[in-house]
Design a protein around this ligand. Sequence first.
Ligand SMILES: Nc1ncnc2c1ncn2[C@@H]1O[C@H](COP(=O)(O)OP(=O)(O)O)[C@@H](O)[C@H]1O
Ligand SMILES: [Mg+2]
Length: 192
Amino acid sequence: MVAPAEDSHAPARTTAEGIFLGREREVAELEAGLDDLLSGRGRLFLIGGEPGIGKSRLADELANRAKERVALVLWGRCWEAGGAPAYWPWVQAIRTYLREQDSDTLLSQLGAGAADVAQMLPDIQDLLPEVPGAQMSSDPESARFRLFDSTTAFLRNAAKVRPLVLFSTTSMWPTLRRSCSSGAIRVRRALR
Ligand SMILES: Nc1ncnc2c1ncn2[C@@H]1O[C@H](COP(=O)(O)OP(=O)(O)O)[C@@H](O)[C@H]1O
Ligand SMILES: [Mg+2]
């Protein structure tokens, strides 16, 4: 846990968003995650803090560093007002990825799970008419399991070609906030 970015003697980086100041500790922790990713181990981090404290800017900074290191950066944002389709941040992130690939690549990376992923992302059927319609399952839990399993397999296949960094805003923040004192950004490593 650290205080808000204060006057710092750290070298500032100028990016498209302007000068990025301070946050050495958070950047170091996130960049170590990037090192892990580039050596083949995925990581999950949660960035929490008050509105305006610099979470988005920190995420932008990491995204820039990830791109410099040839990772593919995908974004998804929670829609707080309600009415968004299920798994909306995933839909946005994967949709961006779909648009950047050719059909053969997508077909091979989606593999046998293509129809399951297409349930969440009907764009797949438009892009790849050969993907069969998903079999309707009478058991929602097993359908959800198949969706998660097929989506994970797809992203894993995609990440073999180029490391993937996915960013998502979260509506879980009110819950996370309880474990984060005010006036600070917290970077929490959630998975090993
Ligand atoms: N480390 C930083 N260096 C320079 N400007 C920053 C830094 N962190 C945040 N800012 C600026 O402060 C403002 C609020 O930051 P933002 O990342 O949008 O906050 P949050 O996402 O936590 O609500 C933005 O204009 C952003 O560019
Ligand atoms: Mg923000």
